[in-house]
Design a protein around this ligand. Structure first.
Ligand code: ADP
Ligand code: NI
Length: 217
């Protein structure tokens, strides 16, 4: 059963926890994913309580220390929801979504089981593409001291999540290793449609980027 006070408390909690996070998982990323998940949920049939809780809690693990460890987020989220006396079934469902949400490389298949999970995954991925996605990718590379572009370094289509999580090449390579692949990996009709415009903008951006790089425009 949808409980607005739990949603509002969770929103505040996540805001406190993620304050000042600099790797692209700040509160405003969560806010956008939550808003987008709500939007998609209005178009698709799903339990909005599970969708909103999972959207709010999907990046709750401290990314600086736990990148690549997919068990930490669900554990922290579970403890938090138990404190708020969220029902067990909802807790389990939300944790399953958090565990399976992230992108793990071009060659790694997604494994999201439920409609609610597919919506949250789409909302999270929509925030990685388009104008905001471009901004986040450059911000992330800056945070990691990675170059924005190195023409001598080719992109890699990672076959395992370990290879993907350990890689750090360049922002432009990241477009080819993740961002440009997301359009075709959207789960819901609503997200597929939104992804099209964002994808086209990224392609245009890259075209200009390479022209400016060579002094051609
Ligand atoms: P999400 O919140 O979508 O699960 P991630 O945790 O994978 O995203 O990364 C946070 C943000 O940083 C995303 O917008 C993502 O595209 C970007 N990012 C992740 N890895 C890289 C990278 N190697 N180079 C540039 N940007 C990256
Ligand atoms: Ni996220």
């Amino acid at each position: 059963m949808y409980d607005n006070s739990v949603i509002e408390k969770t929103r505040q909690h996540v805001r406190d926890v993620l304050e000042g996070e600099g790797s692209g998982h700040d509160y405003w990323h969560i806010y956008r994913v939550w808003r987008m998940a709500r939007h998609i949920c209005q178009e698709e049939k799903a339990d909005s309580y599970v969708v909103e809780l999972a959207a709010l809690l999907h990046d709750i693990a401290d990314w600086k220390f736990h990148k690549g460890d997919l068990t930490v987020g669900p554990k922290i989220a579970k403890e938090y929801m138990e404190q708020l006396k969220v029902n067990k079934e909802t807790i389990n469902h939300v944790c399953e979504i958090i565990e399976n949400c992230s992108y793990k490389g071009a060659g790694v298949t997604d494994n999201m089981r439920t409609a609610e999970g597919k919506i949250v995954q789409d909302a999270d991925r929509l925030d990685a593409i388009g104008v905001i996605g471009i901004g986040r990718a450059f911000a992330y590379s800056g945070h990691k001291n990675m170059p924005m572009h190195d023409p001598e370094q080719k992109p890699t289509l990672h076959a395992t999540k370990e290879a993907y999580f350990n890689s750090n090449s360049s922002t432009i390579n990241h477009f080819h290793e993740k961002l440009l692949l997301l359009k075709d990996r959207m789960n819901t009709k609503t997200a597929k449609k939104i992804a099209e415009g964002r994808h086209a903008f990224m392609q245009e951006f890259l075209e200009r980027f390479h022209k400016e790089w060579e002094g051609d425009e």
